[in-house]
Ligand binder design. Structure first.
Ligand code: NAP
Ligand code: F7E
Length: 326
């Protein structure tokens, strides 16, 4: 019998970490998740997996904890999903964002270099690197022009991954993922903020929904589809970078219209624009070209924009319904 492969996931408590852990367990992996120490343990997204995964302690800010952890766990694959991932926070905490989201990548890569350069590495790169887009649709070769400290930090993470691949002959890949969402998305991100707001308004728990720029366009997919692309990238013969996207774009306004309509509501009656949610520099338009992923990885997104909205609205209504009846 073949020995089980071991995967180490940083950021396992996040949206993507939870879906990736499910996928890797289904694929027969031993799954080890790294979490940082906190005084209250909030592992909501992985509660249903705790009996099947191992949790180890480590922090992207601490080199020695990363090196010791990789040495102890001896994974065959490392998925580096941990980051300060909320774009507005990157303006209020730019240095911390750089420490986690940029230098954190070097710490993981260097830990691997010190322990065993045969360990495969996945870096969670982002369409935010394209920022003020230099080409449409955006593909692997499109030049980067980040528009936030988060985007700048991700560009660093991308290039240090390429550099370790070229310097040390490591199997290190960067997945340039466009926005992907789900009912497990943090409530500060626009899609979940909208579906949570729709549910509260439909159940009489809230009267209005305050949002920022309704004209921004994003290429939104379903997180459950996107984690499969991460795994596929590490199963290839050689390390390469890939754009993962749906190839379609929609405005925040369209997302609102469909999400409110899913609860038989008209968004124009409830959504108000609020300057507090505007950004100092906006990314106006993102649309990815996933043709390389389709050709090489045989990856195509399975969930449509409409299906994504529908499942998110339904999940939020089901979650909040008990509050409406008290
Ligand atoms: P998320 O829900 O915000 O999860 C982030 C994870 O990082 C959490 O598990 C968090 O742990 C962990 N983390 C943060 N700082 C850490 C530190 N110093 N040490 C250890 N762990 C730390 O993000 P996501 O949506 O799942 O995204 C996963 C990754 O993909 C991120 O790197 C993100 O930037 C990137 N990405 C996301 C998208 C998207 O649309 N979702 C698109 C492109 C790229 P706590 O629970 O302790 O906070
Ligand atoms: O904003 C606009 C906002 O915060 C999307 C992260 O996962 O994806 C995510 O970054 C758009 C922006 O995601 C509100 O101005 C309007 O144009 O949901 P978001 P993001 O900034 O695109 C990328 C790929 C990542 O890598 C990141 O980690 O929506 N918008 N009104 C608003 N956004 C928020 N959050 N809140 C509003 O009220």
């Amino acid at each position: 019998m073949l020995a089980k492969k071991t995967a180490l996931i940083t950021g396992i408590t996040g949206q993507d970490g939870s879906y990736l852990a499910e996928l890797l367990l289904d694929e027969g992996y031993r799954v080890v998740g790294m979490t940082r120490r906190t005084s209250t343990e909030v592992h909501e997204r992985i509660e249903h997996l705790v009996d099947r995964i191992e949790i180890v302690s480590g922090d992207l800010l601490d080199q020695s904890s990363m090196t010791k952890l990789i040495d102890d766990v001896r994974p065959s694959e490392v998925y580096n999903l941990a980051a300060q991932s909320f774009v507005p926070t990157s303006w209020s905490q730019p240095v911390l964002t750089g420490e986690f989201t940029a230098l954190g990548v070097t710490r993981v890569l260097d830990a691997i270099r010190q322990v065993d350069t045969n360990i495969k590495f996945y870096q969670a790169s982002s369409s935010e690197m394209f920022g003020k887009v230099q080409e449409t649709p955006q593909r692997e070769e499109t030049p980067f022009y980040p528009r936030s400290p988060y985007g700048v930090a991700k560009v660093y993470g991308h290039w240090i991954t390429v550099n370790y691949r070229e310097s040390y002959d490591m199997f290190a890949v960067s997945g340039i993922l466009f926005n992907h969402e789900s009912e497990r998305r943090g409530k500060e991100f626009v899609t979940r903020k909208i579906t949570d707001g729709v549910a509260r308004i439909a159940l009489g728990l809230q009267k209005q929904l305050a949002l920022g720029n309704l004209d921004a366009k994003r290429d939104w997919g379903f997180a459950g589809d996107y984690v499969r692309a991460m795994w596929l990238m590490l199963q290839q013969a050689g390390p390469e970078d890939y754009v993962i996207a749906t190839g379609r774009t929609h405005t925040v306004r369209e997302f609102c219209r469909l999400a409110f309509a899913a609860a038989d509501l008209d968004y124009e009656r409830y959504v108000v624009e609020d300057a507090r949610f505007m950004r100092p520099a906006e990314v106006d338009l993102l649309i990815g070209d996933p043709s390389k992923a389709a050709r090489v990885l045989k990856w195509v997104p399975e969930t449509t924009f409409e299906q994504l909205i529908d499942r998110m609205v339904r999940a939020d209504i089901a979650r909040l319904r008990p509050l409406a009846s008290v």
